[in-house]
Structures are given as structure tokens and as C-alpha cells.
Design a protein around this ligand. Structure first.
Ligand SMILES: [Zn+2]
Length: 417
């Protein structure tokens, strides 16, 4: 048998595999990796020899818990400026819809983003992304959608691709040109949709800048018919689709997402039973965004009971964005999802591992299992439920991406120098 590259041992494993103990837990476990892939998972006592004899590098993680590297399946990470002024207005009582229509809101971020050069956008987003990685994220989705013109949308997607390459984690990019109608097209919605469908999308597909296409289908953004035009175009170009659905009112967006076989429908605060049933039939993942719910002081919760009843997989994301969810750590989202939406801590962890990977169309990660990518997160906790328990305290002891440590890692034993 060829040697492993690394073995982590002395670990409590939350494998998140189905049909086993809660969290797929393995006590006193070990994980072995070869060429960036998990080659062996089990109890340390079942290893055929001492870890130091089996691997080039043996790491005693000192009883820490190891989960799959966390997956954040919905962010708007790259943007210019901030929306602190909106935040101040909102806590004083103004609604999101009023802000969106009042020359502030997304329009402000669009102006700040168009004015920012590529280097500035990269530097600011990289800082946010380092915080995400330090809190357990090893796969992050990034949407465009604050450019809303050809040049800036392409710039955002290029920055997103570069973030993945330079920070060494997986970034999945999503084109969200249909985020809102930009102010310069306010009276020409059709012309803007033509720009999205006939110019931007074909070019983005040609340059391989996006892995998926998203559309904001809601009363302050695009109607179901307008959204369908974008989804049709995406499908023609062979791109996967996602939908911002029913955040403000139920426009039938979740059912629309299902009709197009979307990877995910996201938000869903106002989605009815019919939309949930359609998602279940289509295998569309529900991505819940409790950060936005919290920041907007929403009162209508996503239909968690119906999602459970219909067996729709539930994922969670930071929705990191300047206007409605300036959240950069998934453990914060775990807490919010449990406290605000009533998810169990087990559902919450599944929501940022296995189900989140599925929301991005990735079946090579999200569980600790031989053959999967070796993306791990190490935690200073006594149980996996503790991941959802702390608020504002980092319990992450480091991450491993594709078999290699990123950031700090516990003490190392074994024979390697
Ligand atoms: Zn969003």
C-alpha cells in the first residue's frame, strides 16, 4: 500500500454521512489523505499501523472536532463602499423596500462598485474572504450583480475567480446581472434585459467567467416572466441556474426555480406550500439566509416545516453583502438559523456542508468519506452542537484545503520535518 500524505488523528469526526450516528460522528477518529483526496476515514484503532508509519505527516489534533470544510453557497462578496448609512436609516425605522426605491440601497452600491478599480475590489473582498476561511469556509460562492453594466460585471467575476486562485480555496462564480434594473435603465427594463441576455450572458459564457446564473425574482426586481427570459438564456448557454426567490412577497419564484431545474432557490421567506412541493420534485435545494432576515428585521420566516415535510434539502449561507447581510462567518449563520428559524444544530451543520455543496452542484465534498476532496475544518468545541451555540466567538482552529493546511493548525507529530 502506498503511503498517505497526511493523517490527522486524535480527532472527533463529524463525517455528516447519512444513516449513521448524529453528525455521522466517529469518536477517536482518524482521516488519511493522498493527493488532496480523503483516502481513509475511521476509528484510529482500526488503522493498520501507527499514524507515523503510514503517512509522511501525522498530525495529532488533540481531541478537536473535525467537520467537512464549510461551504458558503450564497455571497455577494465583491462590492465597492459600504451601506452603513442605510443601516442607520433602517434601524431608525425605514424599510428595505423604501430604501431600494429612494436612491440609496443597491443603487448606491452599484455606483460605488462601478467607481472602484479592480485592485481595490480585490483587496477589500480578500480581507472579507480571509475572515470566512479563518471561520471554517473552504468553498465559497460569489455573485456579481453590483456592476449591472458589461464592464463592471466582468470585472466582478474576474475578481471572484482571482480570489479563489490566490487564496487557495474553491470559489464558484455566479452571474447576477439580473439583480435589479440599474438606475440608467429605469424606464427601459426591456433594453436592460436585452443587455443581460443578448450581450453579457453570451460573453460571460464564452469567457468561462461564471459557473451559474442567478436572477432576483421579486417585486422590487424582476417579474417571473422577465426572470424566465434570463433563465432560458442561461439554459441555452449550458449554465446552471439559481434564483433569489420570494424574499419580499410570494411571486411564485420558488416554483419558477423548480421549473428550470435550478440548483437552489434562495431566501424563501414568503414561499408557499406549492413552491416547496415543486422544489422537492425538482431536487432544488433551499438556501436560507438568516443574516438578511435578521438585518432587515423580517417577521415572516421561511417555511421550514414544509421544507422538512417535503424533504427539500436545506442549506445556509452568509449572503455576505453590504446592504442586508454584512456577515462573514458561517458559525454566526448557524446560530441565527437555529435561534431565528428553529433549525436543529444538526440541520444547521448539514446546511453548511453536504446540502450547501449540493446547492452549488458539487458532489465531491461536504462529507468526510473516502474519495471526497480533503477539505476539513478543525474546531475547538466539545460537540458539533457547540458550533451553533457560540455567537461572535471563533472556535475554528484552522482549515485544510485539498489536503493542505491553510492558516493555523494544531501541533504536529510524525516524521516529517
Ligand atoms: Zn443574495
Amino acid at each position: 500500500m502506498s503511503r498517505y500524505d497526511t493523517i490527522w488523528y486524535g480527532a472527533q469526526l463529524a463525517t455528516m454521512t447519512a444513516g449513521s450516528a448524529p453528525y455521522g460522528a466517529i469518536e477517536d477518529g482518524a482521516i488519511a489523505a493522498r493527493d488532496g483526496t480523503i483516502a481513509w476515514v475511521g476509528r484510529r484503532g482500526d488503522l493498520p499501523d501507527e499514524p507515523e508509519r503510514l503517512a509522511d505527516r501525522a498530525v495529532d489534533v488533540g481531541g478537536r472536532w473535525i467537520t467537512p470544510g464549510l461551504v458558503d453557497p450564497h455571497t455577494h462578496l465583491v462590492f465597492g463602499g459600504d451601506r452603513v448609512a442605510d443601516f442607520e436609516r433602517r434601524v431608525a425605522g425605514q424599510s428595505y423596500v423604501a430604501a431600494a426605491g429612494g436612491g440609496t440601497g443597491i443603487a448606491h452600491t452599484v455606483a460605488m462598485t462601478r467607481a472602484a478599480d479592480e485592485e481595490t475590489l480585490y483587496r477589500d473582498a480578500a480581507q472579507r474572504m480571509r475572515t470566512m476561511i479563518a471561520n471554517g469556509s473552504t468553498t465559497i460562492e460569489i455573485k456579481s450583480g453590483y456592476g449591472l453594466d458589461v464592464e463592471t460585471e466582468l470585472r466582478l467575476l474576474r475578481v471572484a475567480r482571482r480570489l479563489g486562485h490566490e487564496l487557495g480555496i474553491t470559489v464558484r462564480t455566479t452571474y447576477l446581472g439580473a439583480h435589479v434594473v440599474p438606475p440608467d435603465y429605469a424606464q427601459r427594463r426591456d433594453a436592460y434585459l436585452a443587455l443581460v441576455c443578448d450581450e453579457m450572458l453570451p460573453r460571460i459564457a464564452r469567457e468561462h467567467l461564471a459557473d451559474a446564473v442567478d436572477v432576483f425574482c421579486d417585486e422590487i426586481a424582476f417579474s417571473p416572466a422577465e426572470s424566465a427570459r434570463v433563465l432560458d438564456t442561461a439554459r441555452r448557454l449550458g449554465l446552471a441556474v439559481k434564483v433569489h426567490a420570494d424574499q419580499i412577497v410570494d411571486t411564485g419564484a420558488a416554483a419558477l426555480a423548480a421549473r428550470y431545474g435550478a440548483l437552489s432557490a434562495d431566501h424563501l421567506e414568503h414561499t408557499g406550500e406549492e413552491g416547496v412541493a415543486a422544489m422537492a420534485r425538482a431536487g432544488t435545494v433551499a438556501v436560507l439566509l438568516p443574516g438578511a432576515y435578521h438585518y432587515l428585521r423580517e417577521t415572516v420566516k421561511p417555511p421550514v416545516a414544509a421544507l422538512r415535510a417535503h424533504g427539500v434539502p436545506i442549506a445556509l449561507a452568509t449572503d455576505c453583502n453590504p446592504g442586508t447581510s454584512p456577515v462573514t462567518t458561517l458559525p454566526t449563520v448557524l446560530n441565527l438559523a437555529c435561534v431565528l428559524f428553529g433549525l436543529t444544530p444538526h440541520e444547521a451543520v448539514a446546511g453548511v456542508t453536504f446540502n450547501a455543496a449540493r446547492a452549488l452542484g458539487l458532489d465531491d465534498r461536504g462529507v468526510l468519506e473516502a474519495g471526497k476532496r480533503c477539505d476539513l475544518a478543525l474546531w475547538n468545541v466539545g460537540s458539533p452542537a457547540e458550533l451553533s451555540y457560540w455567537l461572535g466567538t471563533s472556535r475554528c482552529a484552522g482549515v485544510v484545503v485539498n489536503g493542505s493546511p491553510v492558516g493555523c493548525e494544531p501541533r504536529e507529530g510524525g516524521r516529517s520535518a
